[in-house]
Ligand binder design. Structure first.
Ligand SMILES: NC(=O)C1=CN([C@@H]2O[C@H](COP(=O)(O)OP(=O)(O)OC[C@H]3O[C@@H](n4cnc5c(N)ncnc54)[C@H](OP(=O)(O)O)[C@@H]3O)[C@@H](O)[C@H]2O)C=CC1
Ligand SMILES: O=CC(=O)O
Length: 328
């Protein structure tokens, strides 16, 4: 079978596909594929391993009905119209779990970096502004015994909660649509309303998936309900926050600072005022970017493709409901 991969992926997953005798094309251009290029490439292949934000929407599915397997190299699937995938009875693979530790590390890194103004102070050195030891300058805030609020306490949120309790004895509160009983039992996490989460968090870290329900929930109104000493962290998707409102909130001291691994838009514009703010740290969507994690993700993504091409259920599908509608 012929498999199209929209980026170069780690050798582990690639080898699995090659060992199974499939022919692979990897898209290697430095710019993203247009939708039309994606659909055209798919028309010449039997399977798609999709990396990044290309939209798998109604148009895509209606024009790529022939695909026998579609697998994402991500856990997030906000770029997929799941109803359309179901309509065309196409299972979509993703890579949950293996990236939780690395992504939680990124949130933890940002939380600590913002609390100590690390990126801003480091950049001062390059500008020749490392003057002298100033006892009252460059001061940050400590995380010990503070309250970490998690919006979307699932796999990644759990890993962040564990790290934050271990490192700083942080008190965990969270808001989900449903209770996370494991987190409550094992980590002492306390379920709160969304308004309480805003009011009580010293650090508020976002880990919910992007959906019509969560789009833009962090905006001028919600930032205004947070502590003026609060740190906002988003490693989920940029669409969950309004970036102009966030910029104003930090600039005006409505909140203390922000750490982002995801922005809106991506890539972030290099002239964004957020990039020059002392209490803001930004990373270019590298949440899962360790060698170990990307190897593991590529392996799962490849196994999802191999299963579908063999006419079996994918080990990880975002819409397993399609298997109830079809004979696998
Ligand atoms: N920066 C990066 O590189 C990475 C980013 N991500 C992002 O992180 C997200 C989370 O991944 P993961 O932890 O594996 O996902 P999970 O599904 O395990 O966790 C998501 C949590 O969000 C909660 N949630 C969903 N909708 C809402 C809502 N409307 N209101 C409140 N809570 C909600 C869910 O709980 P409930 O259903 O009870 O509401 C669930 O606990 C991904 O969707 C992806 O966007 C992931 C990996 C890397
Ligand atoms: O953003 C990355 C993901 O896995 O989702």
């Amino acid at each position: 079978m012929k498999i199209f991969i929209t980026r170069i992926i780690p050798a582990k997953g690639l080898q699995l596909l090659k060992d199974a005798g499939h022919t692979i094309t990897q898209y290697e251009e430095k710019r993203p594929l247009t939708q039309e290029e994606l659909i055209e490439a798919c028309s010449r292949h039997d399977a798609l391993l999709s990396v990044g934000p290309n939209k798998l929407d109604e148009t895509f599915f209606s024009r790529c009905k022939h695909l026998k397997a579609i697998s994402l190299l991500s856990v997030g699937y906000d770029n997929v119209d799941v109803a359309a995938a179901n309509k065309y009875r196409m299972a979509i693979g993703n890579t949950p779990g293996v990236l939780s530790g690395a992504t939680a590390d990124t949130a933890f890194l940002l939380m600590l970096a913002v609390s100590r103004k690390a990126f801003f102070l480091s950049n001062k050195i390059g500008r020749g502004e490392w003057g002298f030891f100033e006892p009252t300058a460059g001061l940050g805030i400590e995380l010990n015994n503070k309250t970490l609020g998690i919006f979307g306490l699932g796999r990644i949120g759990m890993e962040l909660a564990k790290k934050s309790i271990g490192a700083y004895n942080m008190n965990i509160i969270y808001h989900n649509r449903h209770h996370n009983e494991v987190a409550e039992k094992e980590l002492g996490a306390r379920y709160v309303s969304f308004e309480e989460l805003l009011r009580e968090s010293d650090v508020l870290s976002v880990h919910a998936n992007l959906s019509p329900e969560t789009k833009g929930v962090f905006n001028a109104n919600t930032f205004s309900q947070m502590k003026s000493s609060a740190i906002f962290i988003n490693t989920a998707r940029g669409g969950l926050h309004n970036e102009e409102d966030l910029t104003a909130a930090v600039k005006n001291g409505t909140i203390w600072g922000a750490g982002l691994d995801v922005t809106n838009p991506e890539p972030m514009k290099p002239d964004s005022p957020l990039l020059t703010m002392p209490t803001v740290c930004i990373l270019p969507h590298i949440g899962s970017a360790t060698m170990e994690t990307r190897d593991a993700m590529s392996e799962i993504a490849a196994r999802n493709i191999l299963a579908a091409l063999a006419g079996e259920k994918m080990p990880h599908a975002i819409n397993p409901e399609v298997y109830k509608q079809q004979v696998v």
